[in-house]
Design a protein around this ligand. Structure first.
Ligand code: BTN
Length: 238
């Protein structure tokens, strides 16, 4: 296992994309500041310098690379359980992989792959708001942080180490065949919520029925049940 830390870098995900060839499985890269932090759907990931956790984990193990759907949601689940261990209440997973506290986002996860003839590696990028208090008002979803929730400040290094070992333990469990489905369904933020989805360039109003055991999501559209995977749709809470 190897950890690398940068005071400043473009993006920890990009670093692993460019260097995975020379690195070992489970290499963990973190940074105090990212100049080009990436979010899902080509958005930027904004984070005040040295206030939050920004890290990426490199996965080179073939069995795990092919379980990327599970890994995306299990990473969110790992963070949910860690926040609960700090006595944070109302923590949930907003499918496919955001972590929410009440109705606010505390963590975002961006999975990337490098594919040549086959998938060469999987990169799990995680941004968790820890000590930042002010967030830009134009964020679609309101952000929160551990400090905002508790009025305390936190040691980034110890959280980082704890999360690293919890994440590796869960990935090892996944590799051994453990099914996280029932653990995860207890934390389904979207279940029974009405949302808009963009389906084939059309905006549709649906009711979410819940996460399926292949980690797609079941929705009700015009009285028809529909299973959707995260690469097929974007989704907006009403
Ligand atoms: C999202 O849009 O919710 C996903 C955000 C992921 C941000 C993290 S921060 C560390 C890693 N490096 C990046 O450039 N992005 C991810």
């Amino acid at each position: 296992m190897k950890t690398i830390h940068f005071p400043q870098i473009d993006s920890t995900n990009t670093y692993l994309k460019e260097n995975y060839n020379n690195l070992e499985n489970y290499t963990f890269v973190s940074a105090d500041n990212q100049l080009k932090g990436k979010g899902r759907n080509n958005r930027k990931w904004e984070s005040e310098n040295s206030k939050n956790l920004l890290f990426s984990l490199l996965i080179l193990d073939d069995v795990l690379i092919n379980k990327f759907k599970e890994i995306s949601i299990i990473t969110a689940y790992t963070i949910v359980k860690y926040l609960e261990s700090l006595n944070i209440e109302n923590v949930s997973i907003k499918w496919p992989n955001d972590v929410f506290v009440n109705d606010n986002k505390i963590c975002g996860i961006l999975l990337e792959t490098v594919t040549k003839d086959k998938m060469e590696c999987l990169i799990v990028g995680v941004g968790i708001n820890i000590n930042q208090i002010e967030f830009s008002n134009d964020l679609l979803i309101k952000a929160t942080s551990l400090s905002k929730l508790t009025n305390k400040s936190f040691d980034l290094n110890s959280i980082k180490q704890e999360l690293y070992s919890r994440l590796l333990a869960n990935l090892d469990k996944l590799k051994e065949g453990y099914d996280f489905y029932y653990d995860i369904t207890n934390y389904d933020y979207l279940k029974n919520k009405e949302v808009y989805i963009n389906l084939n360039d059309k905006k549709e109003h649906v009711k979410v029925l819940g996460i399926n055991n292949d980690f797609s999501i079941k929705v009700l559209l015009n009285n028809n049940e529909l299973d959707l995977s995260s690469d097929e749709i974007s989704l907006k809470i009403i």
